[in-house]
Write a protein of this length. Structure first.
Length: 278
């Protein structure tokens, strides 16, 4: 099986081109293969596997498997990588429409395809649609107790679930993410588990974020997460759109526009091409 290794701000993916064939394995087989491919010692190594599939509703359909084999609805950094890849294969033009489990998303290219602007759609804020096990129209500043920490969290779905806590820069630097990350991910408040972001506001238009990804652990960046942090910060009144979200792997520009949609701009880079022999 041939593949291409790509990354967006160090959030890295194995892209498998199934445009001509469609999904040639069952979902269970893809889930199991994703675990082996993503293993950084026994496999290729990646945070997730992206499948480029034919679509009847859009130019291309994307599926994303996390490194633990679970399937995610959406992936912000991954969709930019997949878009650049299929564009270079002659699919779409300066714009591209991608079908995901989170709906149809429109993308535009800049810098010859190296930078991609994604219309991520409107955030979903109701507790039930995120999902969060609360009965609330919005989940803003709700209590969360984990490992002795007593936080207030704000939850946002960008197609996939995110929980955000705002900390001081010192608290952010000191946070033991490997300990608290899994506890938030699996907390009973989050029936579909959750991606978890600890953020520090550095100005009305900038924030620094550390990420614990559902199904993948501590990653260098999270595109949907950067959008969720921006939305959470605006809802709380501590951020103003547009926001430069700085993650361990670099910075994404996020805008929550008057049309209600969130727009994410960031890079997509090639690393290498390979053939899986496992
Ligand atoms: C965070 C992510 N890499 C992105 O860039 O948006 C998405 C990966 C999927 C995530 N781990 C999930 O929702 O399970």
């Amino acid at each position: 099986m041939d593949f291409v290794k790509m990354h967006g701000l160090g959030n890295d993916f194995i892209v498998v081109d199934l445009l001509a064939t469609g999904p040639d394995r069952s979902d269970g087989e893809w889930a199991e293969l994703a675990v082996r491919l993503c293993d950084r010692h026994f496999g290729v190594g990646a945070d997730g596997v992206l499948l480029a599939l034919p679509s009847e509703a859009a130019d291309v359909r994307m599926r994303i498997f996390n490194s633990d084999g679970s399937e995610a609805e959406m992936c912000g950094n991954g969709i930019r990588c997949l878009a650049r890849y299929v564009r270079d294969r002659g699919v779409g033009g300066e714009r591209l429409r991608v079908e995901t489990l989170a709906g149809l998303l429109d993308l535009a290219f800049a810098e010859g395809g190296r930078a991609v602007r994604v219309d991520m759609g409107a955030p979903r804020l109701g507790a039930r649609e995120i999902p969060v096990a609360l009965d609330a129209e919005r989940v803003v500043d709700q209590p969360l107790e984990v490992d002795g920490y007593r936080w207030r969290f704000t939850a946002v779905s960008m197609g996939n679930p995110h929980a955000v806590v705002f900390l001081t820069p010192e608290e952010l630097a000191a946070l033991p993410l490997p300990t608290v990350g899994p506890q938030v991910e699996h907390h009973p408040l989050f029936p579909a588990r959750t991606n978890f972001h600890a953020a520090a506001v550095t100005s009305p238009h900038s924030a620094t974020v550390r990420v614990w990804e559902r199904g993948a652990g501590p990653t260098l960046a999270c595109g949907t997460g950067a959008c969720a942090v921006t939305v959470a910060g605006v809802l709380k009144g501590v951020l103003e759109s547009p926001v430069d979200v700085t993650l361990p792997g670099g910075t994404l520009r996020i805008a929550w526009e008057p049309d209600g949609h969130v727009y994410m701009t960031g890079p997509a880079e090639y690393v290498f091409r390979g053939t899986w022999l496992g």
